[in-house]
Ligand binder design. Structure first.
Ligand code: G3H
Ligand code: 13P
Ligand code: ZN
Length: 309
């Protein structure tokens, strides 16, 4: 199996009322934990790389490790640029072997978002690569960008047909109340399913993407807090809401924070219990195992994409 685009994955997910997990990768143990989980559950998979991950690990290292994972698992795996900030970054990922890129023009005025997205779509499609775009603005923290709740905005359903037809994008991320990071809701979690429904009605069959979709799994937050961390008030998207979205037009669900929490929780526990250890293979293998278990849980209980590879 070679690296694939998301086209076929999304078509089947839409028709089958499930979603594909898009997990952020930054190093070998994260890649292995996620891909071992997908292998165990025979699930299609999207591995996504942010600009920050490329800066941290270098494009070529991540690409070669993902190629190794494809060879090792024989699964359909798409390699996606997460939150591409500009045309040049998208081009560099397309030229460097990614099968999918996101151009994130969500902070731009409508016409500028269209122009930038269209430029990326033209280059990507010429090279057999698909494009995710974004309309509406999520709150939260991604890399150096922090969007306050006041600066966030829900997607306006009346804009989506024009945006998709004028840009030619292949999938669309929308803002319905999720946010990036570990502090998503101040009070009761609420998502605007009415917006998702209206988008679905206006774009029948078109794949929708949900960012900021970690559940901020309490088990790992508690582990972090028990072993010296300090994350009071951390709160994520309830799993039943994600399952509901996956049954609707949402075909791609983005998860990063839950990976970070599982990794960090287990490493903190390791050093609290074995303070004399100094072999990275010992604590990194525990982190990899935790990620595998967490991703298997998502695939089976949240995404519903087990046995869909
Ligand atoms: O949505 C953003 C992802 O969580 C990636 O985060 O830019 O810190 O790698 P990052
Ligand atoms: P979380 O912070 O909820 O994991 O969202 C990740 C994401 O949207 C990556 O693009
Ligand atoms: Zn995101």
């Amino acid at each position: 199996m070679a690296i694939v685009t998301t086209t076929e994955m999304f078509r089947k997910a839409y028709e089958g009322h499930y979603a594909i997990g898009a997990f952020n990768v930054n190093n070998m143990e994260i890649i292995q934990g996620i891909t071992e989980a997908a292998k165990a559950e025979n699930a299609p998979l999207i591995l996504q790389v942010s600009a920050g991950a490329r800066k941290y690990a270098k494009h070529v290292y991540l690409m070669k490790m993902i190629e190794a994972a494809v060879e090792d698992t024989d699964l359909p795996i798409a390699v996606h640029l997460d939150h591409g900030p500009d045309f040049e970054t998208c081009k560099s990922c397309i030229d460097g072997g990614f099968s999918s890129v996101m151009i994130d023009g969500s902070s731009l005025p409508f016409e500028d978002n269209i122009a930038q997205t269209k430029k990326v779509v033209e280059y990507a499609h010429d090279h057999g690569v698909v494009v995710e775009a974004e309309l509406g603005r999520l709150a939260g923290v991604e890399d150096e960008v922090k969007v306050s709740a006041e600066d966030s905005s829900y997607t306006r359903p009346e804009d989506v047909e024009e945006f998709v037809s004028r840009t030619g994008c292949d999938s669309l991320a929308i803002a319905i109340g999720t946010s990036h990071g570990a502090y998503k809701f101040k009070g009761t979690p609420t998502l605007r399913f009415d917006i998702l429904e209206e988008v679905e009605r206006r774009l029948p069959g078109f794949p929708i993407v949900l960012h900021g979709a970690s559940s901020v799994i309490p088990e790992y937050v508690e582990m972090i807090n028990k072993y010296g961390g300090n994350m009071p008030g951390a709160q994520g998207v309830p799993e039943d809401m994600l399952r509901k979205a996956a049954g609707m037009a949402v075909c791609k669900i983005n998860i990063d924070s839950d990976l970070r929490l599982a990794f960090t929780g287990v490493v903190r526990k390791h050093f609290a219990e074995k303070p004399a250890d100094f072999d990275p293979r010992l604590y990194l293998s525990e982190a990899r195992t935790a990620i595998k278990g967490m991703v298997q849980h998502k695939i089976v209980n949240v995404l519903g994409c087990n046995n869909k590879a």
